[in-house]
Design a protein around this ligand. Structure first.
Ligand code: PLP
Length: 399
């Protein structure tokens, strides 16, 4: 039976590319296997109930990851623990705790702080639409103060449990200066959603963030076939999160843990390749008269947001190679209209105040050839401005 290895390794000593392939798998040769074992057990036989009682007492007292054989799938799983070890190393964090989805991960963070009486959250818009909704709706008993980065210090209260930012943010790709924000937070933990940047482009712990959240569904998995979430943080907060996960049940399925670990091996290569294509597409869009604004982060990345002069819905309806779908971070290119889908749940005024305009499109660039993608975008943009196109065609005929 595979046992769960201890998770603690503050900073990678090897390069990110090497860690991506080897972290969480160091024992495989000794085990005599090459691929990671996938443990689908929900429960584990034990003839020693007194020993189990002592181990469960220790978990209840500390939240420390169980050592030795697992007990029950909601407590821990060796395959998932390998993914957690690897992600913690990539983020340069002490520990990581995986969840069933990005939203389950965020919920656990909010509940862990609220359970200590720290229900107030300071947050900067825009955030992913459902994160915004979770905070604004107070669904978990939290209360939010929205502010801009410069207003964070003034928005803090004695019961503030978290400051939350996304950078680059979904969907506008707005960036914040993480060091400055971390400084403004004082002793309040800064939670950074690092889904868009991934540890390949940005490691928020190095800038002072205490909690780094991912929708693992996106770049970490990388192939659009696994839902997951993960929080990289110090071991003290990880213990609280493990408690919360055990109590509320938002565990990652072990097959998802297996797929996410496999996804991590190619993360640096995928992110760099897709980013190069995205930068080229952003440059071409910026020079296109059918596009009124292009948003592309200074740190780079595989996401491009742009506003069209014509009808954004027509672009969505006209793409053929690019997939018109919400989500991001897959090997294929996806495009969506945030005001209709990813940020629909955010009230119109709040959307607009966060910079999410009605003509904004968000594109997650994949690994296709840049010329093929541009040909598809070019045709779709032509469809977005039929009046202008007809006018141009008529002018061409008459001249
Ligand atoms: N954070 C960001 C930036 C996201 O884009 C998403 C989903 O799109 C989430 C969190 C939520 O993740 P999940 O869909 O895995 O619950």
């Amino acid at each position: 039976m595979e046992t769960t290895a201890a998770v603690t390794s503050p900073r990678p000593e090897r390069s990110l590319a090497t860690e991506a392939v080897h972290a969480g798998r160091e024992d495989l040769a000794a085990l005599g296997v090459h691929a990671v074992p996938l443990d689908l057990s929900t429960t584990y036989p034990s003839y020693d109930s007194r020993g189990e009682a002592a181990r469960l007492d220790a978990f209840a007292a500390t939240g420390e990851q169980l050592q030795g054989p697992p007990v029950y799938g909601r407590l821990d799983n060796p395959t998932t623990a390998r993914f957690e070890t690897a992600l913690a190393r990539l983020e340069g964090a002490e520990s990581a705790v995986a969840f069933a989805s990005g939203m389950a991960a965020l919920s656990a963070c909010l509940l862990a702080r609220a359970s200590e009486g720290l229900r107030h959250v300071v947050a900067v818009r825009p955030l992913y639409g459902c994160s915004d909704h979770l905070l604004t709706g107070g669904l978990l008993g939290t209360e939010v103060t929205w502010t801009d980065p410069a207003g964070i210090a003034d928005a803090l209260r004695p019961d503030t449990g978290l400051v939350m930012v996304e950078t680059p943010a979904n969907p506008t790709l707005a960036e914040v200066d993480l060091r400055a924000v971390a400084y403004s937070c004082g002793s309040v933990p800064l939670l950074v959603d690092n889904t868009f940047a991934t540890p390949v482009l940005q490691r928020p712990v190095e800038s002072g963030a205490r909690i780094v959240l991912h929708s693992a569904t996106k770049y970490l998995g990388g192939h659009g076939d696994v839902l997951g979430g993960v929080v990289a943080c110090d071991e003290d907060f990880a213990r609280k999160l493990r408690h919360m996960r055990f109590a509320t049940g938002g565990v990652l399925h072990p097959l998802a843990g297996y797929l996410l670990l496999r996804g991590l091996s190619t993360l640096p290569v995928r992110v760099r390749a897709a980013s190069a294509t995205a930068a080229e597409l952003a440059a071409r869009l910026a020079g296109d008269p059918r596009v009124s604004a292009v948003h592309y982060p200074r740190i780079g990345g595989a996401m491009v947001a742009f506003e069209v002069a014509g009808d954004p819905h027509a672009v969505i309806g006209a793409v053929r190679l690019i997939t018109p779908a919400v989500s991001l971070g897959s090997v294929d290119t996806l495009i969506q209209h945030p005001a209709s889908i990813s940020h629909r749940i955010v009230g119109e005024n709040d959307r607009h105040s966060g910079g999410v305009g009605d003509r904004l499109l968000r594109m997650s660039v994949g690994l296709e050839d840049v010329e093929d993608l541009w040909a598809d975008l070019d045709a779709a943009l032509a469809a977005s401005a039929p009046a202008r196109r007809a006018h141009a065609d008529a002018a061409a005929v008459s001249s």
